[in-house]
Design a binder for this molecule. Structure first.
Ligand code: ADP
Ligand code: ZN
Length: 753
């Protein structure tokens, strides 16, 4: 007996092996096999049987570990679609659909029961005291400041991953009373022990009832776009759909959220209603725990999978519904092969398995909006906030009027620096909330202390040696850090180019704003939430739980604070700089900015006290800002769609971004030129209606991790022809084996940077 096996290798074909008699019973389509490949053993998936061909000596399957196939027929079909649409080998798509524990990539680590946790117990607000204390102990300082930077508490193991230190360093910190070390039991799954809240008992509003009723009569494969303003009660609609599908009809469901750690409230609401029927697939699970959850879903013990992007591959059977919450979020797109979009995979899976899909958002992606406009999706609308709440009043603070022309001198503290970051109206609003014991959220989508450091004499900006990106200045620990590759280096004392000594910090970051706020409002309880304070697996949830418990007065953070939060006592949202990212050379820059502003504004005024939003900007007339101020999604879409006609960008056209990269600049540019010429020739020789090729050009971020990057865009009016051209390129275009040259194709990219 011969079988076709798909291997997770960059080769667009399957491989044929012979099945020894003893293994025949456990070799069926969808099961794993270990096969000899070149001089190694490889884990692959059986796709089907093969006919023998003359004169070929087939190798034997070595092992067949599965009693039952790990992928069933619908999942194989879904992976075939992914492989074809995103132009990746089938073996690569199949590997993505399986938990790591089954792909042999990571052997599940034994679950450790306890760990050592180190916590700051004495803070050192005075820099002078700090310098004195650590004068002879730079290692202690480094550990202490790293700990500070990640929220004051971390496991010893986690710290050791970030910097090197000896046991005596920890001892020294403990002896001096600066930190404490304790043993802590490792919680297997915090979601299992989180307090179970009571289910909400709201009667649906008319708009909610209408949406629920429409979903109840939706035919298999139907897709509905639930456009509901922030706070309109989309979760209730999802829950009613799932009650019917899972509890009444006994089917299963998948709920996708952008990131579990950022949406504990949403998950809590589902758990309140469905309890043990839910498997929460969060990123803090070990491979072993994830595999346990996978098994429970597959056996039908769990009926609902809640998780981020990859939960779309949950092995549930008899699928009745898929919810994609915040469907506009770019985290649904995978950044490596297969570069799939979970929303698209959800739609295809639902069509194949007869389920209903709900895509929910207050700011739908332009793609989904145009699909709803053309009738491909059904549009369901929740135009008002639930429970009588009103959308917040949004006002603009024009920084061109409000600010001094030049930033105050370096390291300035006190009034000048504060006023530079926070305008008078925002300051008044903050002080007012602090006095009334109401909560505020401040958004600044830029982490670190200052976004770059510039020489005051020659203008030179410190950039990463490996990427074409300026280095961000971080305090605690004090380093210049590249946000693309994590390269870090000490702060220079003089300009490397002209030896000038006047180094200026430019561009506010969250660390600096946190410090300014702490100086201005010493009694306020301030929490900062960005990548640097949330490296612990449950750090996000801990911060959000503190906000929910009223233990935080001001929550300051990057875009991670803009998602899904529902805190009725938040009555003020301030945007410190709305212009971050607005001018990025990317066709989605305005859409991102509008979504971010609308979403963060939507955190205000969810309770009876109402809410106010202040947006500081230098571009008040930009349509992304203007339409966020007036809560006018439709006006934004209209203008944005027009702007994407000439030159055409999605959703007016489909695109594939072909990125060519290599370690040598000229060779990369030449390869890109050759790829573009190759494509032009192909278009001239074949009938490919509606397809065009743009470029080559250097990518906006020209160099990342020592690799030069160029790109060529393929545009197509219809997905079929575009797909065929891209497929042809991937399979036929030859890439020289030198200078580390590589080509990747990103279909329906979420960004072109
Ligand atoms: P969205 O996800 O649309 O932003 P949520 O689902 O978080 O909104 O709901 C916002 C708030 O409104 C929640 O606190 C929820 O409990 C409440 N809510 C939802 N539906 C109703 C209703 N019909 N009546 C009263 N309150 C409701
Ligand atoms: Zn870098």
């Amino acid at each position: 007996m011969l079988i076709a096996v798909a291997l997770p290798l960059p080769l667009f074909r399957t491989f044929t092996y012979r099945v020894p008699d003893g293994l025949a019973g456990s070799v069926v389509p969808g099961s794993r096999v270990v096969v000899p490949f070149r001089s190694r053993k490889q884990l692959g998936i059986v796709i089907g049987s093969e006919e023998p061909r003359e004169g070929i000596a087939y190798k034997d399957v070595v092992e067949a570990p599965d009693e039952a196939p790990v992928l069933d027929e619908p999942m194989l079909a879904l992976c075939r679609w992914i492989a074809e649409y995103y132009i990746v080998p089938l073996g690569v798509a199949l590997r993505t659909a399986l938990p790591a524990a089954l792909t042999g990539a990571n052997v599940p680590a034994p679950v450790r029961k306890t760990r050592r946790v180190i916590q700051v117990v004495r803070e050192l607000p005075s820099l002078i005291e700090r310098d004195q204390l650590f004068a002879r102990a730079p290692q202690q300082r480094a550990v202490y400041e790293l700990l500070e930077a990640i929220g004051g508490r971390a496991s010893v193991e986690h710290l050791a991953e970030r910097i090197d230190f000896s046991a005596s360093v920890l001892k020294g910190l403990v002896t001096r009373g600066l930190v404490e070390i304790a043993f802590e039991t490792v919680e297997r799954d915090p979601f299992l022990t989180r307090a179970r809240r009571e289910p909400d008992a709201h009667a649906p509003s008319d708009a909610q009832a209408h949406a629920i009723a429409r979903l109840a009569v939706a035919p298999p494969g139907h897709v509905a776009l639930l456009h509901g303003v922030t706070g309109s009660g989309k979760t209730l609609v999802y829950i009613e759909l799932l009650k019917r599908v899972v509890i009444e009809e006994g089917k299963t469901a998948i709920v996708l959220v952008p990131e579990i750690a950022l949406t504990p409230q949403t998950v809590d609401r589902f758990r309140a209603v469905f309890g043990d029927r839910i498997a929460v697939l969060h990123s803090a699970l070990s491979d072993g725990e994830r595999y346990d959850a996978w098994l429970a879903l597959r056996r039908g013990e769990k009926r609902i999978a809640v998780g981020a992007r990859s939960a779309i591959f949950a092995p549930v059977r008899d699928l009745g519904a898929i919810v994609v919450d915040e469907e506009h979020e770019s985290s649904y797109k995978q950044g490596e092969a297969p570069r799939y979009h979970a929303r698209e995979v959800a739609i295809v899976r639902a069509r194949m398995e007869g389920a209903v899909v709900v895509l929910g958002s207050a700011t739908p992606s332009l793609e989904s909006w145009s699909n709803a406009s053309s009738g491909k999706f059904e549009l369901l609308t929740l135009p008002e906030r639930a429970g009588g709440a009103r959308l917040p009043v949004v006002a603009v603070v024009d920084l061109r009027d409000a600010k001094p022309k030049r930033p105050p001198s370096d390291n300035a503290t006190g009034d000048a620096a504060f006023t530079f970051a926070i305008s008078a109206p925002l300051e008044h609003a903050l002080a007012d909330r602090l006095a009334k014991r109401e909560q505020s959220i401040l958004l600044l989508n830029r982490r670190g202390y200052a976004s770059f450091v510039q020489c005051g004499t020659c203008g030179d900006v410190a950039v990463c040696p490996d990427c074409s990106i300026s280095l961000t200045y971080h305090r605690t620990p004090e380093r210049l850090v590249c946000h693309y590759c994590q390269h870090s280096e000490p702060l220079h004392t003089s300009c490397p180019r002209c030896a000038g000594l006047r180094l200026r910090q430019r561009g506010l970051g969250t660390q600096q704003v946190e410090r300014l706020l702490a100086e201005r409002y010493p009694a306020a309880r301030i929490a900062r939430m960005d990548v640097d304070t949330t490296s612990g697996k449950w750090a996000h949830t801990e911060i959000l739980d503190r906000v929910g418990a009223g233990e935080v007065d001001i929550l300051l953070g990057t875009q991670m604070i803009a998602k899904g939060l529902d805190f009725p006592n938040v009555t003020l949202v301030g945007v410190i700089d709305a212009d971050v990212g607005i001018n990025l050379p990317d066709f989605r820059a305005s859409e991102r900015c509008f979504q971010l502003l609308s979403q963060v504004a939507g955190r205000a005024g969810r309770g009876p006290k109402g809410g106010e939003v202040l947006i500081q900007t230098r571009s008040p007339s930009h349509h992304a800002v203007r339409c966020a101020v007036t809560h006018d999604y439709h006006a934004f879409v209209k203008q944005e769609l027009t702007g994407r006609k000439h030159p055409a960008y999605p959703p007016n056209v489909r695109i594939a971004n072909v990125v060519l990269s290599g370690t040598q600049e000229d060779a990369t540019a030449r390869l890109a030129t050759r790829a573009a010429e190759w494509l032009h020739k192909l278009l001239a020789a074949r009938s490919t209606p509606g397809v065009s090729v743009i470029g080559p050009a250097p990518c906006p971020v020209e160099r990342v991790k020592q690799r030069w990057r160029w790109h060529v865009l393929i545009k197509g009016e219809r997905p079929q022809e575009l797909g065929r051209v891209a497929q042809y390129l991937v399979e036929r275009f030859e890439i020289p084996k030198q200078f580390g040259l590589r080509m990747t194709v990103d279909r329906d990219p979420v960004a072109l940077l």
